[in-house]
Design a protein around this ligand. Structure first.
Ligand SMILES: [Zn+2]
Length: 145
């Protein structure tokens, strides 16, 4: 695993050490944990683009507060973010707050999940999915810990 991963606290790009447990990696600038056991909320397109360029796979959850299946999916994604800290980043895009991103990725229904690594789209999933099915679908893409 090599390449740059952005700190969600200060925005600094960090080179990921080859041999380190993800939970122990801190930002070189602000010293916050680079990987936290919870999903990351996306607040603008620049933050989104920097995160998607990471060598760590990023699962983007396009969701909306009024969407019942999104609310059912949320605790499943929280659990995956906890179990796979440093191996998979889960990024939440509220399409009501980020209409430009929803338009850019042609989101027609929520939830829609898209998996990226190094900026490339690897997989997309329409609709909610039980945790076990999600685990099976995503496991082949995980970064090694
Ligand atoms: Zn930082």
């Amino acid at each position: 695993m090599s390449g740059m991963h952005p700190c969600m606290h200060c925005g600094a790009l960090n080179r990921l050490p080859e041999q380190a447990r993800p939970g122990t990696v801190v930002c070189g600038k602000c010293k916050h944990q680079l990987f936290e056991p919870r999903p990351v909320a996306i607040w603008d397109e620049q933050q989104f683009d920097r995160l998607l360029a990471s060598p760590v796979p990023v699962l983007v959850d396009f969701w909306a507060p009024w969407c019942a299946p999104c609310r059912m999916l949320a605790p499943e994604l929280d659990a995956l973010a906890r179990d796979w800290v440093g191996q998979l980043v889960i990024a939440k895009v509220n399409i009501d707050e980020q209409p430009a991103l929803a338009e850019r990725f042609a989101i027609r229904s929520v939830p829609t999940m898209m998996l990226f690594r190094n900026g490339a789209l690897l997989d997309s999933i329409m609709g909610a999915m039980p945790r076990q099915a999600l685990q099976q679908r995503l496991a082949p893409f995980l970064a090694r810990s």
